[in-house]
Design a protein. Structure first.
Length: 537
């Protein structure tokens, strides 16, 4: 069987393999004890014998995961992955870039080339996420087994008053990585702080994405429990760059991501409808009270968001007509939808939505978008790809770009729309309407009520057949417009699959990277393409 060094550094080990089982245990009285069941010290690499270097591994592991969440994966050598492809599949952007980007935007949809050595959707996300998890797990085990101590050491805190906080951060890193994998892939490996260093997984260790989601939520709850058992603490700003996350804020972040697991883990409309929306609604009150962010800084590697920077591109990447099209009241969008692919052309939208264009006409800049008279330029000129719209949300100054900004990973705006959907699913329409009306009215649209969108020639959004949309259409449209580019690019894909809005043949989850399949001896498989196993039922 072919063995790849990259693959061996993937799910469970990033350095040389050492088969030693770790059994780290929690101490009594709410303390994260440094005592372990196995008294033998792990023979980890020398870097882990240093408290400073072990902490650096934690920080590096977080940056690896953030790079994925911000659409700038690192393992496959392409800094725009997987955000570009996932946003294309979520009908948020379109692009004319060649290679695996073009594969993602192709219509009709084509299968993922899962053996491509630079596969944008699968290779980087698979190895980056497990590399980040490994950083957290190995750092945790090194702190415990090498008896590393941080902060004030005295009779009250003999292990160092800063040590429990680092163990909690290590667990948080693992939990976030596991959730990231379970939201994207069809199968995952499950791991935690007790997974042996150097353990080599086999195909039998793979679990379903449902098991992965459950495991991620379990780990997030452990972080919550461990945090509550400790005195107040605050993460240094260097850990999550610029974000001095307090203990209580960390707990709220974990609760927010438990909600994400439930809402975005749903692959189909049936699964999305079956979410425990009452539970989601209850947890929202204990979730974040401010945006969970990373402060982008060009001087600090992997803190920038290429997804935000790409959101206002005017050449190779632009706004997908399917993002703005439901706002069109002229019929141009409906005509575009039924025009054969080979003869489609960019459209101009006429709408009362002032985010798209000004009151004086469709060529006047809106508050969020700009109509361009120039065509897209890049690797392909297929007419069905082309768009004339560009985002200007983060274009007002350099400091608003993804290179200089507080880039949100989970935003209050996102939570508002999750709440609106929960209220809608629970039949509390008046409350849901009150959440989305402020941005509708500010944009020049009529408010909705329990009866839905007011009928008339100026109704927005509209269905693909031109009829006025219903109540849930209004929630979906408002979320997509207001969150562009918003938090993570993945959200557009998660929502599109859960709402049944993806184009036929679009993958609704990812296959394990082809390189990993070779390593594990699993027959090659992939998703995507008309009639494939990943086509929505």
């Amino acid at each position: 069987m072919l063995k790849s060094n990259k693959a061996l550094r993937g799910p469970f080990v990033r350095r040389r393999s050492i088969a030693v089982v770790v059994a780290a245990t929690l101490g009594l009285g709410g303390c994260l004890s440094l005592q372990v069941d196995n008294p033998n010290t792990l023979n980890l690499d020398s870097v882990y014998s240093s408290a400073a270097n072990t902490e650096a591994a934690l920080i590096g592991g977080w940056k690896r995961l953030y790079g994925l969440m911000a659409g700038q994966g690192t393992n496959n050598g392409n800094s725009n992955c997987p955000g570009v492809v996932l946003a294309v599949w979520g009908n948020a952007i379109t692009n004319v870039v060649g290679g695996t980007y073009l594969e993602g935007v192709s219509e009709p949809r084509v299968p993922i080339d899962n053996l491509n050595t630079l596969q944008c959707a699968t290779r980087g996300p698979w190895y980056d996420v497990y590399s980040g998890i490994a950083s957290g797990r190995e750092a945790y085990q090194a702190i415990v087994n090498n008896h590393l101590k941080y902060g004030v050491i005295n009779a009250t805190t003999p292990d160092g008053d800063g040590t429990p906080m680092r163990l909690i951060f290590a667990k948080f890193l693992i939990a976030m990585g596991q959730l990231n994998a379970a939201l994207r892939f069809d199968k995952v490996f499950l791991t935690d702080v007790t997974t042996p260093y150097g353990f080599t997984p086999t195909a039998n260790d793979l679990k379903t994405y449902q098991e992965g989601l459950a495991h991620a939520k379990k780990l997030l709850r452990e972080v919550i429990s461990d945090s509550r058992a400790q005195p107040a603490f605050t993460f240094p700003t260097i850990w999550i760059n610029g974000n001095a996350l307090s203990r209580d804020e960390l707990i709220r972040v974990c609760i927010t991501y438990i909600n994400r697991a439930d809402v975005y883990g749903a692959r189909t409309p049936t699964e999305r409808n079956a979410v425990d929306w009452a539970g989601v609604l209850a947890r929202l009150d204990s979730g974040i009270t401010k945006d969970f962010f990373v402060d982008a800084d060009p001087a600090v590697a992997l803190t920038q968001s290429n997804w935000v920077n790409l959101s206002f591109s005017q050449t190779t990447i632009r706004i997908n007509n399917r993002l703005l099209g439901p706002a069109d009241t002229s019929g141009a969008y409906q005509t575009w939808l039924v025009t054969p692919l080979a003869t489609r052309a960019p459209i101009q939208i006429i709408t009362p939505d002032r985010r798209i264009h000004g009151a004086a006409g469709p060529t006047v800049t809106g508050t969020r978008f700009l109509y361009l008279t120039t065509n897209m330029t890049g690797g392909t000129t297929q007419p069905w790809v082309a768009s004339r719209y560009r985002s200007i949300r983060y274009l007002t100054s350099t400091n608003d770009s993804g290179s200089f900004a507080l880039n949100a990973l989970a935003s209050l705006d996102e939570q508002k729309f999750i709440r609106a959907e929960a209220l809608y699913r629970l039949g509390r329409l008046t409350e849901a309407a009150a959440l989305i009306n402020p941005t509708r009215v500010a944009a020049g649209l009529k408010p909705i009520d329990a009866n839905g969108i007011p009928a008339g020639r100026d109704c927005v959004p509209r269905k693909d057949n031109g009829a006025c949309g219903d109540f849930f259409d209004a929630i979906q449209y408002e979320k997509r417009i207001e969150l562009y580019p918003g938090s993570e690019a993945d959200i557009f894909w998660y929502d599109a699959r859960g709402w049944g809005k993806m184009l036929p043949g679009t993958p609704w989850h990812l296959p394990i990277s082809g390189r990993e399949l070779i390593q594990l001896g699993i027959p090659y498989y992939t998703f995507g393409g008309i009639g494939s196993p990943s086509t929505q039922p």
